[in-house]
Write a protein that binds this ligand. Structure first.
Ligand SMILES: [Zn+2]
Ligand SMILES: [Zn+2]
Length: 390
């Protein structure tokens, strides 16, 4: 694979950084050691560093050896998940109950690798901005991307375009996938509280049964995708939590249902909330229960701009064996979508190898594939070096 030679030379060091990060995972907005590790490395390459951007975020700025007013942003995420790691290799997590189960240790390492190479060579025009964001897993308005933007990321660090990537288990190592337009879904969260006075289980006629009402609601919610959305427009409604009741002989006075709605088109997304309200209110009307509904739009759809997708494809083609330009979209959401709302750019998936034996994202057996490190670093570097003078 045509990894940049200089990057191949420090592949072993990158592997050590990745193992260090994997062994020392930190949750969203607690990435203090990770941020210091990143900042220290960037400074050692002679890159200007600003820490504390959006909480624990780190931003590095590097000038190329050719004058240009243009600036390209590259982003990696740094946080880990609240999962107890089940692996027993030497670099397993030493922070109990916290684990790099999404491969952000690999993303951080690849961007550091690109930064080191670009700082040595500076064979590009304008500026490269290295963005290490916190709290990707927290997501929504509270997540790291939205917070960095709110706290002036793009005002303080000019980025005319921005690129990010995620490892993709189940896609071969040496494969890269990118797509112009919507690639990952929007994500909204809902909470439904179904309430009544509660009563004896043997006297259900003395009030409204919130457990039965919740059952009707769970089924009724599926009508949103099956009957209220254009069949050619993808949407998924998943009730993921249901809480209620403490005793076998009491009909409780409250059941809470929570879940998520994922969509691609703004039309399907906008129609989902009123549909959900109508279903819930209708079911409650039919049983006599009361309801409270809260519905929050959390993540925008991740949309790659056409020009940036072409740049990503070109840079990818120079590094990877295979670039897929029409991968199937996914209903998974991604915090980077906030950055792409603000700036044109492109997100891509980098093959992480087989997804058997728990090697899937957010699994307690996951581990980022170290073979991928020089590929991702070379891809980022190729993107920067391909910048035209402007
Ligand atoms: Zn994740
Ligand atoms: Zn992730």
């Amino acid at each position: 694979m045509p990894v940049l030679n200089r990057i191949a030379e420090f592949q072993n060091e990158m592997t050590l950084w990745r193992h260090h990060l994997h062994a020392n995972p930190e949750l969203s907005y607690q990435e203090h050691q990770t941020a210091s590790f990143v900042a220290e490395k960037l400074r050692s390459y002679g890159i200007e560093v600003t820490e504390g951007v959006g909480g624990t975020g780190v931003v590095g700025v590097l000038h190329g050896n050719r004058e240009s007013g243009r600036s390209i942003g590259l982003r990696a995420d740094m946080d880990a998940l609240a999962i107890e790691e089940r692996n027993d290799f030497a670099h397993r997590s030493t922070n109990r109950g916290v684990m790099h189960a999404c491969g952000h240790d690999g993303h951080t390492t690849m961007l550091l690798g690109a930064a080191r190479y670009l700082a040595e060579t500076r064979n590009f025009s304008g500026r490269a901005v290295f963005i290490f964001q916190p709290a990707e897993e927290m997501g929504g308005e509270d997540g790291g991307a939205a917070r960095m933007i709110r706290e002036g990321l793009f005002e303080n660090f000019q980025c005319d375009e921005i690129y990010g990537l995620h490892n993709w288990p189940g896609m071969e190592v040496g494969t890269f996938a990118v797509k112009a337009g919507p690639m990952m879904a929007s994500g909204d969260a809902f909470e439904i509280e179904v309430e009544s006075t509660g009563m004896h289980a043997a006297q259900p006629h003395k009030g409204a049964d919130v457990v039965l009402t919740a059952g009707h609601i769970l089924v009724g919610l599926q009508q949103i995708s099956a009957r209220n959305t254009d069949p050619l427009d993808a949407i998924v409604v998943s009730a993921t939590q249901i809480h209620g009741g403490d005793a076998y002989n009491v009909l409780p006075n409250r059941v809470t249902i929570r879940g998520t709605v994922r969509a691609f088109s703004p039309t399907a997304r906008a129609a989902a909330e009123p549909s959900l309200r109508r279903v819930v209110e209708g079911m409650c009307l039919s049983t006599g229960a009361q309801c409270k509904i809260s519905y929050v739009q959390q993540y925008p759809t991740l949309i790659n701009s056409d020009a940036a997708a072409r740049s990503a494809e070109a840079a990818g083609s120079s590094v990877f064996n295979k670039v897929e330009t029409n991968p199937p979209q996914t209903m998974i959401v991604e915090d980077f979508a906030f950055m792409l709302e603000d700036r044109p750019g492109c997100y891509g998936w980098i093959g992480n190898g087989p997804d058997d034996n728990g090697r899937i994202l957010h699994s307690a057996w996951f581990d980022f594939n170290d073979e991928v490190l020089p590929l991702g670093a070379s891809y980022f570097a190729a993107l920067v070096e391909a910048r035209p003078k402007a």
